[in-house]
Design a protein around this ligand. Structure first.
Ligand SMILES: [Fe+2]
Length: 165
């Protein structure tokens, strides 16, 4: 964050102690981080199924990839108003599905129950889908899976495993 007292910190470091900062930092820092991740994991030519360590972890935590997708769809549909649905890695290494309001995310120290490292996030702000899907958030969530590039998520997972080991 150039030109501020936070100049020498990464966005992850700032979000990690976001409770010390203003709502503007929480909202804009979160929005920047969340959308950066979102654009990185979407692709016109996605890898539609994960493999390796990530698939293993998904199967261990959720039973199957289909079950994980259902849980994320449910989290996205259940998020009242604007927000995000997440697959994250908790500090203890386990996977979890959650949702957060506004531009919050699991990195933030304000996310008590679902704190950890995001692997994938789905934007469920109305601006993400109303032009094409109007109010049909469920249709948008289903379409999301045909653009999600699991190879990008596998890369994020490998980076997270480095951080928590
Ligand atoms: Fe958005």
């Amino acid at each position: 964050m150039t030109g501020t007292e936070l100049e020498n910190k990464t966005v992850e470091e700032v979000l990690n102690e976001v409770s010390k900062h203003s709502p503007a930092i929480r909202n804009n820092g979160g929005g920047h981080y969340n959308h950066s991740l979102f654009w990185k994991i979407l692709s016109p030519q996605p890898k539609l199924v994960p493999d390796g360590k990530l698939l293993e972890a998904i199967n261990n935590s959720f039973g199957s990839l289909e079950q994980l997708k259902e849980e994320i769809n449910k989290a996205g549909l259940g998020q009242f108003g604007s927000g995000w649905a997440w697959l994250l890695v908790k500090y203890n290494g386990s996977l979890m599905v959650s949702s957060t309001p506004n531009q919050d995310n699991p990195l933030m120290d304000t996310s008590i129950i679902s704190r950890g490292f995001p692997l994938l996030g789905v934007d469920v702000w109305e601006h993400a889908y109303y032009l094409k899907y109007q109010n049909k958030r469920a249709d948008y969530l289903n379409a999301f899976w045909s653009l999600l590039d699991w190879s990008a998520v596998e890369k994020v997972y490998a980076e997270v495993l480095q951080k928590i080991k």
